[in-house]
Design a protein around this ligand. Sequence first.
Ligand SMILES: [Zn+2]
Ligand SMILES: [Zn+2]
Ligand SMILES: [Zn+2]
Length: 300
Amino acid sequence: MIITVLGSGSNGGVPQWDCCCANCTRARVGLGPRRTRSSVAVSLESGQHVLIDATPDLKQQLEAVGLIPRPDEAVHHRQSRIDVVLLTHGHGDHTLGIGEFSTGKSFKIPVYGPPDLIRFLFGSPGESTFFGDLGRLARNYVMPNELREVESLVLMGGLKVMGFEVDHTDWLEDGTLFPSSTYGYELEADGNRFVYAPDLGLLTDDLLERVAGADLFMLDATFWWDDELKRVSGLKKTSYDLGHVPVEESVEILQSVEIGRVVYTHLNHTNPLLAPDQPMASIVEDAGIEIAHDGMVIKI
Ligand SMILES: [Zn+2]
Ligand SMILES: [Zn+2]
Ligand SMILES: [Zn+2]
C-alpha cells in the first residue's frame, strides 16, 4: 500500500491564523514548510483509496496530491477517488472536512468511526445531528457506520482495517468521552501493516505491543515539551492535559520497539522540531525517526 500524507499539522496547521511565533512566521514567508491539518490517504494496489480523517483542508489536500476525478473514468465529469473514510475522533481538525462530500452527486461513501463518534457527528435515524442534516450529508452522500473497537473489517482489495481505542479525548463525569472516544487505526494489506495514531495521549504497553513489527507507525508529534504552550504561547494547558504524549518522551520510549519506519505527524506550530536553530530535529533523526510533511509518500 501507498500512504500519502495529506496534512501533517495539528489543530491550527502551520502557520496558525492567529500566531506570529518564529515557526509560523517562517512558514508564512516561505522559509519553512506549511502544514495543513493531519490526514492520510492510503492507496491500494487494486486502485482504491482510503481517507483517514477529513480535515477542514480536505479539498486543497486532494487537489495537491492529485486525488481528483479522471476525465476518462468520470461520469458526467463527476467521480469520487475516495472509496472509504475512517475517522479517528470528534475534534474539528479531523472531522470538519466531511461536509465537503455534500456536493449534489451521491457517491454514498462509507464513513467508519467509533460508535460514539458516529452518533455525535450524524445522530441516529430519525434524530440526526449537525452533520447528518448539513446539506443532507448523511441522507444522500455518506453512509455512516459504527465500527466497534478491534472489530476487524475487510474492505476492498483485501484491506483489513481495525480501530483500537487510544487515550486522547476528555473523560466527562458521566463516564463518557467528549466529544467522542479516539481510535488509532491498523491497516493491513498484502502482508504489510500500517498503524496510524495522529492524536495519542499515552504510549501504553498495549500500543507498543501492537506497533511492534509494523512496517510503518505514524504518530502524534503535537508538542515536544509537556509545558510547550506555556513556554511559547503563555497558555496553561500541558501536552498531557490536551491528550498528547510529548515527543521528548515518546522518542525515548519508541527506542525499545522494532518497527519498520516511524514517522511523526500532527505537529503544532509551537513545536521546536520545526525550528532549524534547535537540536530537536537532529535528536529525532538520530533516533531513526522521520518527520512527516504535507505530500510525503511512503510505500510499504
Ligand atoms: Zn488533532
Ligand atoms: Zn505560531
Ligand atoms: Zn484531537
